[in-house]
Design a protein around this ligand. Structure first.
Ligand SMILES: Nc1ncnc2c1ncn2[C@@H]1O[C@H](COP(=O)(O)OP(=O)(O)OP(=O)(O)O)[C@@H](O)[C@H]1O
Length: 372
């Protein structure tokens, strides 16, 4: 099932119907309009990602609608359809921002193919505009180093979670134990690996901005909202949203996340229509969630929903068998990065590291070895 919404605008009922049927059969969510007025109203309520737009409508000029829709949402993809395909109008519509221009009569298979290609391109563009937060495909499992029995359990559990259908996964562990690395590994080993992974630190974003960051907003939703903007859930469509420091999420936002998990739907800030949340939600915290529930700081029902599959990362002091492999890994990485030639550690140093209590866990290990 494709989650993209496509609006078909054509006053010729048979053409309109056949396009709708073909796109629905291809798995898209489709709505249609036969006039300019209806197209404007459906554009606002249905919020399509793509529009198939006839140029000659009884009450409107398709070129004007094209301009209008692109002004309101520069990311909407528009395929112009016309009975009088000529070079002039093709060039004009492409200049106005049309993504494709198709003349009638057309072949439905050709249209389906172009729709898929254009939507693929859009998805790719969306991913590259969020590169800062998106993990590109790489072997992240290999970045998780550990040879102790406890870490081998973690690897197994990470793989089970990644390959499961479970829509929420909780990762627990002290700060610096590798929760983010595990979240990334879950994504990379899941069927969602080709879609984005986007991480959000719930503690770092002010309470009043978190909803906007996660769900996006409509044009005019607040004073500075001059354009509709997609939120993280929309950008990560088909992929994974990693909500780090979930224990710090404000209660009001917890209620909204719970609703998304229960209904798989959400609304942009200021929006009136529901959007589908096609993401896996991985959450992590170093806090004691049951204690927070007890204190009324965390919703018990949300904790229950998040805790379906849980990975617990043990502190480094409880898996000292991992220390030699971590040391070897980080020395290798630092040598490569800074052109150093550190061979290894003296026996006494290693013995000291094994009895150190590592309050900052693996993060401390990185810091300590950088000083070599
Ligand atoms: N098993 C591991 N193998 C290799 N590197 C690791 C491992 N665990 C953690 N690290 C490294 O330690 C640092 C901290 O890891 P990470 O950010 O994943 O921890 P965290 O538990 O999410 O921390 P916080 O709770 O503070 O966000 C990172 O540089 C990470 O690459």
């Amino acid at each position: 099932m494709n989650s993209e919404r496509i609006l078909v605008v054509d006053d010729e009922k048979l053409i309109n119907w056949s396009l709708v049927e073909m796109l629905e059969d291809a798995g898209y969510m489709v709505d249609s309009a036969t006039t300019g007025a209806e197209a404007r109203s459906k554009f606002a309520s249905f919020q399509p990602e793509m529009i198939l737009l006839d140029i000659a409508l009884p009450d409107a000029n398709g070129m004007e609608l094209l301009q209008e829709f692109k002004e309101q949402d520069e990311q909407v993809m528009i395929i112009m359809i016309t009975a009088n395909a000529d070079l002039d109008s093709t060039v004009k519509s492409l200049k106005l921002g049309a993504d494709e221009y198709i003349g009638k009569p057309f072949n439905l298979d050709v249209i389906e193919h172009r729709v898929r290609q254009i939507l693929d391109k859009r998805r790719l563009k969306k991913q590259t505009t969020t590169t800062k937060r998106i993990l590109r495909r790489q072997n992240d499992f290999d970045q998780l180093v550990g040879s102790s029995a406890k870490m081998i359990e973690v690897f197994k559990m990470t793989k089970i979670c990644a390959e499961s259908d479970c829509k929420t996964i909780l990762i627990l562990g002290e700060s610096g134990t590798g929760k983010e690395l595990v979240a990334r590994a879950i994504h990379m080993h899941s069927s969602r690996a080709d879609a984005p992974f986007i991480d959000v630190n719930c503690a770092a974003i002010p309470d009043n901005l978190l909803e906007n960051e996660l769900f996006g907003h409509e044009k005019g939703a607040f004073t500075d909202a001059s354009q509709r903007e997609e939120g993280i859930f929309e950008c990560a469509d088909g992929g994974t949203v990693f909500l780090d420091e979930i224990g710090d999420m404000p209660l009001a936002m917890q209620t909204k996340i719970l609703k998304v998990i229960e209904t798989r739907r959400y609304r942009r800030v200021g929006g009136r229509s529901n959007l589908e949340a096609n993401v896996r939600i991985v959450t992590a915290t170093n806090q004691d969630l049951p204690a927070l529930v007890e204190q009324g700081l965390f919703r018990g029902d949300l904790y229950y929903r998040l805790n379906v599959m849980c990975i617990h990362l043990p502190p480094l002091r409880e898996r000292i068998d991992c220390i030699p492999s971590l040391v070897e890994y980080f020395i290798g990485r630092l040598n490569a990065e800074y052109g150093k030639k550190v061979q290894g550690l003296e026996k006494e140093t290693m013995a000291y590291l094994k009895q150190y209590d590592w309050p900052g866990n693996v993060r401390d290990c990185v810091i300590l070895l950088s000083g070599l």
